[in-house]
Design a protein around this ligand. Structure first.
Ligand code: 4AD
Ligand code: MG
Length: 477
């Protein structure tokens, strides 16, 4: 018999006879009340079993984690917090679950424990909610760009390019591991792999994206990205998803406008379409924060924080202004900011970024015009010859959520920059073609999708907002 999603049953407007629901048992109380969840929404449906007329053998098999099918009447519930329940007429056990061994017991588990069980953690309320919000956000990303006429481009995952010039790449080889060609010094010679050239997993689709923007006008990518950086932080993954729009004829100001509008749109979309899940996640956070000292608790509840981002413009500040603010904020030269005080030109550490966003401006900040020497080769050089048209968007509780720039469209300037940095012109001949044939001002940015999901769900560790996190310690799944 066809079954109905629990979400649809719970929003019925009138009682129904003979409905079927299928899902996984969360709890079974007093041999009578099953809390059944099918992932379609946060809430379980209560199924009331006629235990006197149900065989003992079946009752025993209604255990936490078991997959079951129930058929019965949808009736108004006397229970608190639920409009309807199912008066069960027929119950079928689809898949048993040994309640003693099932790791997702009906109690609170630590996030560490859940991470080690990433294949089952999605059966908990919190991870069900996070993954539904993630899915809605992904849809909102596509909707935003498609509605504006951007073309979705799939850039290669295996590539020869190091788009960021930061050397944080996972090598790719098609040769048997025990038979890799060696170079003169006995090391692995990756240059001789299957593609006859050095290949790696992409760190960004930007360079390929730029070539498409220079034909289609407005494009975006949304795909997996890999960084072989050994950073064990709550903000970094070795495999993450990035959204990279690229727009011909946009300068840096247009780029900032686009990024701000885009982020506000997707946050609003989640607020409008994930109300129940976000309310649950907010409540979860409030409970969690009760254990923290007052000073460490967040000033705003989750939904208020999301609305704040929608209702307030992001503060635009140049790198140089930011350095002055940081200097002024530490007249007593607290150790924390000493690094930045030393000299103009240093990269901002995450504590500096968080100071600007959380303590000084108390709103999202767009920092622009960074020193050229701390940014990638493709960014447009300013008239001052020492800063580039870069922008990073910094978010409360997250730090950098977006990195972008106006691109260096002048062939000679770009080639000169590549020479200085030792970037092989021949490797990037195709990229330079965009500057040889019909070059134009253009800009784009990259938004780390998991950092966005972190912000929207209020979670604090990036490993908890991606189904199967890839980090230096965790590649089990
Ligand atoms: O600042 P990034 O390195 O910029 C680029 O890759 C550019 N090519 C983007 C562009 O202009 N098209 O990365 C962009 C964003 C960061 O702001 C951050 O949100 C995210 O990607 N990110 C990571 N997210 C999770 N784990 C990591 N290891 C990340 N590295 C970057
Ligand atoms: Mg960056």
């Amino acid at each position: 018999m066809k079954h109905t999603k629990i979400k649809d049953l719970l929003c019925c407007t009138k009682p129904l006879t003979d409905v079927t629901a299928k899902g996984w048992v969360r709890t079974f109380r007093n041999n009578q009340f099953i809390a059944l969840n099918d992932g379609s929404c946060l809430n379980n449906i209560q199924c009331v079993v006629d235990f006197e007329n149900t065989p003992e053998e079946t009752l025993k098999r209604i255990t936490t984690g078991a997959a079951i099918s129930v058929t019965g009447d949808l009736v108004e519930s006397q229970g608190k917090g639920q409009k309807y329940e199912i008066q069960v007429k027929k119950i079928e056990i689809l898949g048993d679950s040994d309640a003693e061994k099932f790791p997702m017991q009906p109690k609170k588990h630590s996030l560490e424990f859940l991470r080690a069980n990433a294949h089952l953690r999605v059966r908990t309320n919190a991870f069900g909610a996070i993954m539904r919000v993630r899915s809605v956000l992904a849809y909102a990303v596509h909707k935003y760009f498609q509605d504006k006429g951007f073309v979705y481009v799939n850039t290669p995952v295996i590539t020869g390019a190091d788009a960021e010039g930061a050397g944080e790449m996972f090598q790719v080889t098609a040769l048997p591991l025990d038979n890799l060609p060696k170079n003169e010094t006995g090391g692995i010679d990756y240059k001789q792999d299957f593609f006859g050239k050095h290949t790696n997993l992409t760190v960004s689709g930007q360079l390929e994206g730029e070539t498409f923007a220079m034909a289609l006008g407005q494009i975006y990518t949304f795909g997996p990205t890999f960084r072989a950086e050994n950073s064990n932080t709550s903000r970094h993954l070795a495999e993450f998803w990035m959204i990279e729009p690229e727009v011909a004829f946009n300068d840096l100001d247009d780029n900032m406008d686009l990024a701000e509008d885009f982020i506000q749109y997707v946050v609003k979309y989640a607020l409008d379409n994930c109300t129940e899940d976000l309310q649950f996640l907010e409540q979860r956070l409030i409970e969690e924060e009760k254990n923290k000292p007052q000073a460490e608790r967040s000033e705003m509840a989750l939904i208020e924080k999301l609305k704040f981002v929608l209702e307030n413009n992001f503060k635009r500040v140049s790198y140089t202004e930011a350095i002055d603010i940081l200097k002024d904020s530490t007249p007593n030269k607290k150790k924390k900011f000493q690094y930045i005080i030393e000299e103009w030109g240093a990269d901002l550490q995450s504590e500096h970024e968080r100071f600007l966003v959380e303590k000084h401006f108390k709103c999202p900040v767009i920092l622009y015009d960074y020193p050229a020497n701390i940014k990638a080769f493709y960014m447009r050089l300013n008239e001052d010859q020492k800063t580039v048209r870069a922008m990073d968007i910094l978010f409360p509780g997250i730090g950098e959520i977006v990195g972008g720039s106006q691109r260096e469209e002048r062939y000679d300037v770009l080639v000169e920059k590549m020479r200085v940095l030792g970037i092989d012109e021949e490797e990037l001949w195709w990229y330079l073609d965009t500057r040889r044939f019909g070059t134009a001002v253009h800009s784009g940015f990259g938004l780390g999708f998991e950092r966005l999901v972190l912000f929207v769900t209020g979670m604090t560790n990036i490993r908890d907002v991606i189904p199967f996190p890839r980090t230096p310690q965790n590649a089990e799944f």
